[in-house]
Design a protein around this ligand. Structure first.
Ligand code: UDP
Length: 326
């Protein structure tokens, strides 16, 4: 298939683009490079454009004879979404609707959507299944839920087919070592801890050690970015027009902040000093996905089930590219 990957110059999108190419698809990347990196894209495959530019989107979809869109272009920081919700509603909702409308005009109706466990808010039951009520507790989660709802409505009314993939903490990097995580400023736990090991930061601040978890720090489900990419490739094949799939993607295993820091110490051999800070607003104590539905539906299973090998791939990237893509 000819696939348009929005946000394909970003962290998850660039890895998914690689997996799509490995599966034999023709990939075009659509990215405004506000967060993404030109050198994360294969040469000649980047269309530099904004999602608000409906005309460019429409002509791209037509010219490249696109069969399906994978939509990664979005902002994804919970804290920032609380302080600057307008940015999130503009980019994650308005821009996504601009994309859906361009698709409607170009008669492209297959869509894989990068959704999130944040649509569940602070869930009652762990691990989280797709039966859990979606009740977001921050604007980021709301923006993703709005798009999920729009997709359901576009499927019913206009015959779109889609997969909404709800994942939590993407982590690690391609084993090739040439693409990886590079945000500016960086706010994610694993890259920050590895920056301490690189000598770029003095210590890691743990955001709260008084949560109701065994070691008092937050528990998350860290899934390798290539496992995510593979699930996206498989989901594409399962899409049926007029219907939607909603699936969690995770490993089913929770890892605490302290366990992440320990894994980074093991992998890097650096002592990684830590300090305890205040809780970060909007952080639920524990989020672990039950991804048995995805495993069954897609005949997929994460290849990385332990945290240390995930951190090893992240370390390879950060070690080889201490300043990211530059
Ligand atoms: N975290 C932390 N210190 C940091 C960055 C993150 O203690 O400098 C914690 C954060 O509170 C959360 C976990 O690490 O419990 C993962 O945070 P991250 O920002 O990587 O991903 P999120 O869970 O927000 O998607």
């Amino acid at each position: 298939m000819n696939i348009l990957v929005t946000g394909g110059a970003g962290y998850i999108g660039s890895h998914a683009a690689r997996r799509l190419e490995a599966a034999g698809h023709e990939v075009w990347i659509y990215d405004n490079l506000s967060q993404g990196h030109r050198s994360a894209c294969r040469q000649g495959r980047l269309i530099e454009g904004d999602l608000h530019d409906g005309e460019l989107l429409e002509s791209t979809l037509k010219d490249k004879q696109i069969d399906a869109v994978m939509h990664f272009a979005a902002f994804a920081l919970v804290g920032e979404s609380v302080t600057d919700p307008a940015k999130y509603y503009q980019n994650n909702v308005v821009a996504a609707l601009s994309l859906l409308e361009a698709m409607r005009r170009a008669d492209v109706r297959r869509f894989v959507f990068s959704s999130t466990t944040a649509t569940y808010g602070a869930p009652e039951t762990i691990p989280i299944t797709e039966q859990e009520v979606q009740r977001p507790i921050n604007p980021y989660g709301f923006t993703k839920l709005v798009v999920e709802q729009a997709l359901a409505d576009y499927a019913a009314a206009y015959g779109f087919g889609y997969a909404a993939l709800r994942y939590f903490n993407a982590a690690g990097a391609a084993t090739t070592g040439d693409i990886g995580e590079d945000h500016d400023p960086e706010s994610h736990l694993i890259p920050i801890v590895l920056q301490v090991a690189l000598g770029q930061r003095d210590q890691i601040t743990i955001f709260g050690d008084d949560y109701p978890t065994p070691d008092g720090t937050c528990i998350r489900d860290y899934i390798h970015v290539d496992d995510l990419g593979d699930a996206h490739v498989l989901a594409l094949q399962k899409i049926e027009l007029g219907a939607g799939l909603q699936m969690n993607l995770g490993t089913g295993r929770g890892t605490s902040v302290r366990e992440i820091i320990d894994a980074c110490r093991q992998v890097t051999g650096h002592k990684i000093p830590e300090t305890i800070g205040r809780r970060r607003p909007g952080d639920p104590p524990e989020l672990v996905a039950d991804s048995s539905l995805a495993q069954k539906t897609l005949d997929w299973a994460p290849r990385y089930t332990e945290i240390q090998p995930i951190v090893e791939t992240a370390w390879r990237w950060h070690h080889l590219h201490p300043r990211g893509y530059e």
